[in-house]
Design a protein around this ligand. Structure first.
Ligand SMILES: Nc1nc2c(ncn2[C@@H]2O[C@H](COP(=O)(O)OP(=O)(O)OP(=O)(O)O)[C@@H](O)[C@H]2O)c(=O)[nH]1
Ligand SMILES: [Mg+2]
Length: 442
């Protein structure tokens, strides 16, 4: 395979930047760019040692660090060399150009990780865990990405696949000796199917929690003008992010902010107070508010203490999809009493905010789901588990009535569906699609 190179740190100026090479020729190419006093040539470099030396591209000279990872004990499973240099844009560009002119080809997005997968270093699901860790913003999403990246899901799936494989081999052998083996093979298959169904159902039960752990929860703050929506946003964040005034129509455009609650990321959208208005800018804001409500996981419908919902507010609530999650939040409880069955808060004093946070988390994170074990955070994995489950259920339903050949078809389908998760049965299209989501140099 060709030797590839690219810059693995973000584009722009920085304290340091890393140029990475992977492939058979990495060491030899590096030795033509980098030299150090300790070695006659970098081809003599010991693996996993950092060398201080100099780089000479013809155009520029600089002192840099270089490290060699010997195949297969490297990120990609191939020979890898990394140069750590000062993070100047021009400098990095020159070093990369030199690598290319000495024989490297420029790496595609995610190509290093793709090679790690193709060389059997990691499963496809591990690679997806790596992307999740790079993108993860909350502690729960990082933890879930880490567990995926270090192969917990892959191990579970491999274990289920190997149960299926044993069962398929047993059934296939019984086709040649139906008299002696068929009954035993069938009863074995029944037990395996029961076990797999319960394992896959457990995995599926973690999907919805997994989605919110990974992607966070979208929370829209909606209500009439002046009820205290922006004040609520500020109370959530613990700082004065949005402008608050006693003038109705203060917020005109939606404001998005993130806050972490119990390890889960909440994306809060403060919206323009909804009211009939002739002001063009404000009415565009109102339209956005209604759209934000539609695209959110939960709507905090904010109203004021000391009065019932007015006609306008009731009409507004009716505009929302009946299946949407709406939490009625009664604000300004510091200034008036209210005995409605709702979440009562004061954005001004902070009273009730923690209760509101807990309520939001409770809606989405089912406490009965054990999130310390294997959880499915990825929609692609969820689809594959569903497919496998349907095939095994179909096999189980036919176990007493249908010929062994038919049962085998279903069990093999389940095996292939599970293999899409780890990549051992995934096709090229799935693989390319996953690596296209990586950043350059990863
Ligand atoms: N007493 C009291 N006043 C509050 C509370 N929350 C907000 N207010 C006041 O209510 C007024 C409106 O607050 P905002 O947060 O701007 O209300 P809004 O819903 O964002 O208003 P628009 O952006 O115009 O839709 C301000 O004068 C706030 O000081 C509260 O909990 N208690
Ligand atoms: Mg506002």
């Amino acid at each position: 395979m060709k030797t590839i190179a690219t810059v693995s740190t973000p584009v722009g100026r920085g304290a340091i930047a890393i140029v990475r090479m992977s492939g058979d020729r990495s060491l030899e190419i590096a030795s033509r760019i980098f030299s150090c006093k300790k070695l006659n040539s970098f081809v003599e470099a010991q693996p996993n040692y950092m060398y201080y030396g100099s780089v000479d591209t013809g155009e520029i000279k600089d002192n840099i660090l270089a490290v060699y990872f010997k195949a297969p004990r490297s990120y990609t499973g191939e020979d890898v060399v990394e140069f750590q240099c000062h993070g100047g844009v021009r400098l990095i560009d020159e070093i990369l150009k030199k690598c290319l002119s000495e024989g490297c080809e420029i790496a595609d997005k995610g190509e290093f990780t793709k090679r790690a997968f193709l060389n059997g270093k990691i499963a496809l699901s591990d690679a997806e865990g790596i992307i999740d860790m790079i993108n993860g913003e909350s502690s729960a999403s990082l933890a879930a990405g880490y567990r995926l990246a270090k192969g917990e899901t892959a191990r579970k799936i491999n274990q289920l696949q190997s149960l299926l494989l044993d069962c398929v081999s047993h059934l296939e052998a019984s086709l040649d000796y139906p008299e002696e083996m068929e009954e035993e093979a069938r009863s074995d298959a029944k037990a395996v199917a029961r076990n797999l169904i319960s394992e896959l159902e457990r995995l599926l039960s973690t999907c919805s929690v997994g989605k919110y752990i990974r992607d966070g929860i979208n929370v829209a703050i909606i209500g009439q003008a002046n009820v205290g929506k922006s004040s609520l946003l500020n109370a959530f964040l613990g700082r004065d992010r949005a402008i608050v005034t006693d003038i109705a129509g203060t917020t005109r455009d939606s404001i998005e902010e993130f806050v972490e609650v119990s390890g889960i990321m909440l994306k809060l959208i403060d919206t323009a107070g909804i009211r009939d208005t002739d002001d063009v800018v404000e009415s565009m804001g109102v339209k956005r508010s209604i759209e934000a409500a539609k695209g959110s996981d939960v709507i905090l419908f904010v109203t004021e203490a000391g009065r019932q919902l007015n006609d306008y507010e009731r009409q507004l609530i009716e505009k929302f999809d009946p299946s949407s999650n709406i939490i009625l939040v009664v604000n300004k409880c510091d200034s008036s009493n209210d005995n409605r069955d709702a979440i009562k808060i004061s954005a001004k004093t902070g009273e009730g905010i923690d209760k509101l946070k807990d309520k939001i988390i409770e809606l989405f994170i089912d406490k009965s789901v054990d999130t310390s074990g294997n959880i499915i955070t990825n929609e692609r994995h969820a689809q594959a588990v569903k497919k496998a489950l349907a095939s095994i259920e179909s096999a189980a339903a036919q176990m007493d009535a249908m010929p062994t050949e038919c049962i085998l078809v279903d069990l093999k389908e389940a095996y292939f569906a599970l293999g899409e998760i780890t990549g051992n049965t995934a096709n090229e299209e799935i693989i390319d699609n996953i690596f296209s989501k990586f950043c350059l140099g990863k």
